[in-house]
Design a protein around this ligand. Structure first.
Ligand SMILES: [Zn+2]
Ligand SMILES: [Zn+2]
Length: 274
């Protein structure tokens, strides 16, 4: 890792010029008080969705992107004067970037340490990612990781070398079967490991909406890597098959319905011979 050797870092010398993004975040307001966010200038591998859900007494934020740009200040209409519970579906870099901005930070107990002191990919500089891990992402079907995990800067004098995934200590540890109550709507925590040991999905039975994090999305799933387990992954997918899902709001790529969920699950179970 850079920055740990005591050697002064050189200023960022880009191999190519980076444009300045007009806006960092994209936002789509959906039905039922749900807002989807994503970061279009982040590499497809780490370009995650995160979700704001308005409740009567408090709001829920499911994941928080990369943390390249402060999140709360970017959306005062959603966050100002509101009690917000920030839940992480798991603790990869693209899901906990802005979690430190929130007072209530909840994660499954199995990833408590990782949320407080993130490891693995914590930098925007691709050469900081070990070559074997870059190869694994390539093999999974993602475009090559070249210079940076972003293709534009949030402002003209941005220094991508100064970025480090911060993380923050969780304030509540979640377990399978826990419920999150917003006053007028309830989400159930499903512990569904496989992509990572503490991966959770959030299930809102009243609307049939399932928030899956990186367990299932409509793109190349990443299932071989540190903390990942195929047997466990398959078990988690089978548990989803039993839920009366209407819509899946996933950690990456656009949302989809029940039929596509079944197709994706069957594709991977078949590929793994399970
Ligand atoms: Zn992700
Ligand atoms: Zn992930």
């Amino acid at each position: 890792m850079t920055g740990e050797t005591g050697v002064a870092e050189s200023p960022w010398q880009a191999a190519k010029p980076y444009p300045v993004a007009e806006q960092w975040y994209r936002r789509l307001d959906l039905e039922n008080g749900v807002t989807r966010f994503w970061e279009p200038h982040v590499h497809p591998l780490e370009q995650a969705n995160f979700w704001h859900i308005r409740g009567r007494d408090r709001d829920l934020l499911i994941d928080s992107g990369m943390g390249v740009v402060p999140l709360r200040a970017s959306f005062p209409d959603l966050f100002d004067g509101r009690d917000v519970i920030a839940v992480a579906t798991h603790t990869h870099i693209d899901h906990i970037g802005a979690v430190h901005e929130f007072e209530h930070r909840w994660v499954h107990a199995a990833e408590a340490r990782q949320m407080e002191k993130p490891g693995g990919v914590v930098s925007l500089v691709c050469s900081d990612i070990p070559p074997w891990l870059r190869q694994l992402f390539l093999d999974a079907g993602y475009p090559p990781l070249e210079e940076l995990l972003i293709d534009a800067f949030p402002h003209a004098d941005y220094n991508p070398r100064a970025y480090r995934l911060r993380g923050a200590a969780p304030t509540r540890l979640l377990a399978d079967g826990d419920t999150i109550d917003l006053g007028d709507r309830i989400f159930e925590v499903l512990h569904l490991p496989g992509h990572s040991p503490g991966s959770i999905c959030l299930w809102e039975a009243a609307t049939g909406a399932l928030y899956t994090g990186d367990l299932v999305y409509d793109g190349p799933l990443v299932y071989e890597g540190p903390g990942m387990d195929l047997e466990v992954y398959a078990q988690s997918l089978r548990r989803l098959q039993a839920l009366p899902v209407r819509v899946v709001h996933a950690g990456h790529d656009p949302s989809f319905g029940r039929d596509r969920l079944d197709e994706i699950i069957e594709t991977y179970l078949k590929r793994w011979g399970m």
